[in-house]
Ligand binder design. Structure first.
Ligand code: GDP
Length: 328
């Protein structure tokens, strides 16, 4: 009998949707048996090809991210690409997952055989969303998806984390004459290789052009991420499928430019090293919590710290010492 991970591995490499979905569920599981199977599955997928391009799509709620992903995804499929979509949306976790939500948000793309859409995992996994996203990206590219779009709500910490997993970061803004710029954190603007002013519909063309000019001026003052690529500001109307061709062209041009400059490979290698450390930290955390001696000592130390009888730093030292000694 083949192990679960072996069956999934075969199915995923053949691009079977059921195996892909089950594989991602396995990665998201926090059960120790599943974690072991997941680690074997990931190791087995290691030699599978990588995606042509991994793209983060970020922006405030309502700016048009899902509308744009739907339009861009369909456009890319028309060019012969296979498109994987992941959402890293903290708000969808509050409502307990968004499977139905994402299907209705991207109705045509979600039904297309050349696309695979995976919503955020339900239930908060503290500090674990990033790792699972990275691993889900890996699984999807092993299954043959060559353009990966990772959607995030542009409001905080998750953006920097997601930027550590993708090749480029696309920020969506509204055509409101730059007012919004005050509210967008400088750090997020600095992450963006491409800024899209969405909802640049016919009737808002002037406003959109004005916003684009202000954004272009603002980003000139920011620190450049790469020397090989100058951040671009584009206009789109996702709802009317306008500007989507240009966006796709720019995405692919970015991939090509960075590949030729050798930067893409470097970036991915650095991300892989980061991934290694994430796994090490998580592994250590699990071992720490599973350790019997630590498990006996911890409640006593916690109580002493809570009563003020022991300082937290001293208590932490004692726990770490206990953990290290148990390993000798
Ligand atoms: P998200 O929250 O960023 O994913 O935004 P959605 O894609 O759900 O879009 C929010 C609303 O804006 C929806 O009603 C869309 O139909 C609308 N929308 C998205 N793109 C455009 C656009 O280019 N022009 C106009 N007028 N509306 C748009």
């Amino acid at each position: 009998m083949k192990a679960v991970w072996q069956q999934l591995h075969e199915g995923i490499c053949q691009g079977q949707r059921r195996a892909i979905a089950k594989g991602i569920t396995l990665l998201e599981s926090s059960h120790p048996d599943d974690a072991r199977q997941a680690a074997q599955l990931l190791a087995a997928l290691e030699n599978q090809p990588q995606a042509r391009l991994r793209v983060a799509i970020s922006g405030p709620p309502g700016v048009g991210k899902s509308t744009l992903i739907e339009a861009l995804g369909l456009r890319a499929i028309a060019e012969g690409l296979r498109v994987g979509v992941l959402t890293v949306d903290p708000s969808s976790r509050v409502s307990g997952g968004s499977i139905l939500g994402d299907k209705t948000r991207m109705p045509r793309l979600s039904l297309h055989p050349a696309a695979f859409i995976r919503p955020s995992p339900a239930g908060t996994i503290l500090g674990g969303v990033a790792r699972r996203t990275r691993e889900t990206i890996r699984l999807l590219e092993a299954a043959g998806f060559d353009l990966l779009l990772v959607e995030t709500v542009g409001v905080g910490q998750s953006e920097t984390e997601v930027d550590g997993m993708v090749d480029l970061f696309v920020l969506l803004l509204l055509p409101n004459g730059g007012d919004e710029l005050q509210g967008i954190k400088r750090g997020i603007m600095e992450l963006a290789e491409i800024i899209v002013i969405n909802k640049a519909d016919q009737q808002w063309q002037d406003l959109a052009a004005n916003t684009a000019a202000q954004v272009s001026q603002a980003i000139r003052l920011l620190q450049r991420k790469h020397t090989a690529w100058e951040p671009q500001v584009l206009l789109c109307s996702a709802l009317h499928h306008q500007g989507i061709d240009r966006l796709l062209e720019h995405l692919l041009a970015y991939g090509q430019t960075m590949q030729q400059a050798g930067v893409l490979q470097q970036k991915r290698q650095a991300q892989a090293a980061l991934w290694m450390w994430e796994r090490v930290y998580e592994g250590l955390r699990l071992q720490l919590h599973a350790d019997t001696l630590v498990g006996q000592l911890a409640p006593q130390l916690e109580a002493q710290v809570a009563q003020g009888a022991l300082g937290p730093i001293e208590a932490a030292e004692q726990l770490l010492h206990c953990f290290a000694n148990a390993r000798k």
